[in-house]
Structures are given as structure tokens and as C-alpha cells.
Design a protein. Structure first.
Length: 366
């Protein structure tokens, strides 16, 4: 990879990180970064189109000869980040790593994407069927971004790559998500006479214990569904038996059958429970026999000079929404560490390899 490309990617990441695009924060700042990227690609003649849903901006970048939004390959990146300390919005380089909020998750990948399309276009090597999809709500579930664009804007693709960090290997499977609020009723009474009431918090605690006992968790990483109870609310006074309690559960499931089994267990153990589903999304499952996966994996092995295997992961990404539309999708991104942590960084050498791999891969599309 030419050193000028490396310098440009590093500068783009520095610029991108300086925009405080916190997912739960100002949509105006997200739009400012989208506009910044738009100006960068439009200067060389690439086409863009912006979308808005519930204030969340998204953008397509593509060849000016493209006459529709039916792509052969879409490279997806999100520009939103989780909250950080003020100093994390200023990048610094140390030992070949770019540190800062979003460098790895995932403004580094976005920098590679936009420079790659720019260079391919300038060298007359960009297929009109290759494009970039940028969204700004992945950290909040992707409903107003990828899901909306595929569901309602008739955007489609033969293959979909989201650039979440993967250490330069392909993730073709990840778990789905089911989050719900469970509400359990009791009977209030004065805390000095607990026998006159039915303590909803005590009931909830027992139900959780019984559920955990019946549904043991794996002790290490396995391709099995998991769950966690992460929040409880109960009562409104220190001297009153609570008559209602709520607990929030987060299930990460591999198949709909496993999810349904866990929901059945909730209904069996949590007596008279009221279930409010807050968020649900499907797993990602793309066949390892997909020809584009095979082609990409071959390129990875040549560029990295070692064997590359496909991986399954516990987390969820926006690639799940492509699966809902029967679009073969994968997760593939650079290396680094510290996602959502105080010291987040991306490795510059992995960005260089990432660019080279995607450059070769994009050449296969006409």
C-alpha cells in the first residue's frame, strides 16, 4: 500500500474522531460528519444521496453512472460512537496504533472505504455496482439506519460487508438479540407487617433464581444462546412492601428455536408475568459455501500469508438486517482493542492490509 494512502487514512480518522458523534447525542453533529465525508468524495466526482429517519442521517456513496440502488457489493460503516471522555475525541499515535473514540468502532473502516472508492474511481477501476452505505445509529440498534434503508428505500445488494473490527478475519455468523421488560405483580403493605402483603421483589428474585437453575449458561464461548438479567426496578418507599417489580432481560440467541425455548421458560417460571418486548433482531447466518466469501477469504490468505478461518461471534451487528432480506452478509474489519473503553485504538498496519484486501476484492465486481 502506498504511504500516501496510509497518511490519508490516518488524517481522515483524525478528522472523523474530532466529530463527537455520540449515538445518544446530537444528530446535528452526525450530519456534520456525513457532510464532511460527502464533500471529500464529491470533490472527485463520486455521487452521494442522503436519507433521514427520526433525525438520524444516512448516506450512499456510489459511481455517478449508477442509475439505481441495486448493488453487487455494499460496504457498510456507522459513524456513531458511544460516549467518551473529552480527550478521547483527539487522536494520537503510539507504537503504530491510532488511539481515540471510534478509531476501531468504526471510523477506521469508514476511512478505508471512502479512500478506496475515491482511488478506484480516479483510476477508472470502480464498478458502478460497488457502493458505500453510511449510517449513524448502529450503537442504538440500527433501526433508523440499515434496517430502514433496506426495508423502505428499496436498496439492495448481492453481498454486504459491515466493517466492524474482526482482526481481519471473516465473521459469517453472529447471534440475534431479544430484550424485554418483565413485570411481576404483588400486594403492597406496610413494611412492619409484611405478612399482609405479597412482596413483588421477593417473587422476582425467586423467579430469577429458578430460571437460572433451569437454564444453565455456558462457562466459556460456545455457539449457544445466552441471557442476562441486567436491571431491576421495585418499590417507591423504604417502608412499603412493593406491589410491582420489573426486571430487564437480554437474550442473545443462535436460532429462533432456542429463543422460543427460553421465552417458554420465562412464561413457565415467572407466574402471571407481563412481557414487554423492547427490541429484537435476527441472527446473522451466511453460508460458508457462498462464492464471494470464498473469494474474499482467498484474498485474505494471500495478503496475510496464512490460513484464514471463518468465525462465529456473540455480538450483534447491522449485518443482521441484510440477512432479513436474504442478502449474503458478513462482518469484516481491522484489528485493534478497547471498543467502548477508555483506551480504544486501531492498528495502522491492519488498516493498510484491510485496504489492500478490499481493493482486490472490489476488482471482482463489474
Amino acid at each position: 500500500m502506498h504511504s500516501n494512502n496510509t497518511d490519508t487514512i490516518v488524517q481522515l480518522i483524525h478528522d472523523f474522531v474530532s466529530f463527537k458523534t455520540v449515538s445518544s447525542g446530537s444528530d446535528i453533529i452526525k450530519e456534520e460528519l456525513i457532510n464532511f465525508i460527502e464533500l471529500f468524495v464529491q470533490k472527485v466526482g463520486l455521487q452521494t444521496y442522503k436519507f433521514y429517519r427520526n433525525g438520524k442521517p444516512s448516506m450512499l456513496i456510489y459511481h455517478p453512472q449508477k442509475e439505481n440502488w441495486n448493488f453487487s457489493l455494499l460496504l457498510h460503516g456507522h459513524i456513531d460512537v458511544v460516549h467518551a471522555h473529552e480527550e478521547q475525541y483527539h487522536t494520537f499515535i503510539n507504537e503504530g496504533r491510532i488511539h481515540g473514540r471510534g478509531t476501531l468502532d468504526m471510523k477506521g473502516s469508514v476511512a478505508v472505504f471512502v479512500l478506496l472508492l475515491k482511488n478506484l474511481y480516479l483510476s477508472n477501476q470502480l464498478s458502478p455496482n460497488v457502493g458505500i452505505m453510511l449510517t449513524s445509529d448502529e450503537e442504538q440498534g440500527g433501526v433508523d439506519g440499515v434496517k430502514y434503508l433496506l426495508d423502505e428505500e428499496s436498496i439492495t445488494s448481492d453481498f454486504f460487508i459491515t466493517g466492524e473490527p474482526t482482526d481481519l478475519y471473516i465473521v459469517n455468523r453472529h447471534k440475534g438479540v431479544w430484550r424485554s421488560k418483565l413485570t411481576i405483580q404483588g400486594t403492597s403493605a406496610h413494611s412492619s407487617t409484611p405478612w399482609l402483603g405479597e412482596n413483588s421483589l421477593h417473587k422476582t428474585s425467586k423467579y430469577i433464581s429458578d430460571f437460572v437453575a433451569k437454564n444453565p449458561q455456558p462457562l466459556s464461548s460456545e455457539w449457544k444462546s445466552t441471557y442476562s438479567f441486567n436491571k431491576i426496578e421495585s418499590g417507591d418507599s423504604i417502608n412499603k412492601i412493593p406491589d410491582v417489580s420489573s426486571v430487564w432481560i437480554d437474550i442473545r440467541f443462535t436460532t429462533n428455536e432456542e429463543l422460543n425455548n427460553l421465552i417458554s421458560s420465562i412464561n413457565e417460571i415467572f407466574k402471571d408475568v407481563e412481557i414487554e418486548t423492547l427490541f429484537t433482531s435476527p441472527p446473522l447466518e451466511t453460508s460458508e459455501d457462498n462464492e464471494k466469501i470464498k473469494k474474499l477469504n482467498n484474498i485474505i490468505q494471500v495478503k496475510l500469508r496464512n490460513k484464514s478461518e471463518l468465525h462465529s461471534k456473540e455480538y450483534a451487528t447491522d449485518a443482521r438486517y441484510a440477512s432479513l432480506h436474504n442478502i449474503p452478509a458478513i462482518v469484516f474489519g481491522p484489528s485493534g482493542n478497547g471498543i467502548h473503553e477508555v483506551d480504544e485504538y486501531v492498528e495502522i498496519s491492519s488498516l493498510e492490509k484491510y485496504y489492500e484486501i478490499l481493493e482486490d476484492f472490489c476488482m471482482n465486481f463489474k
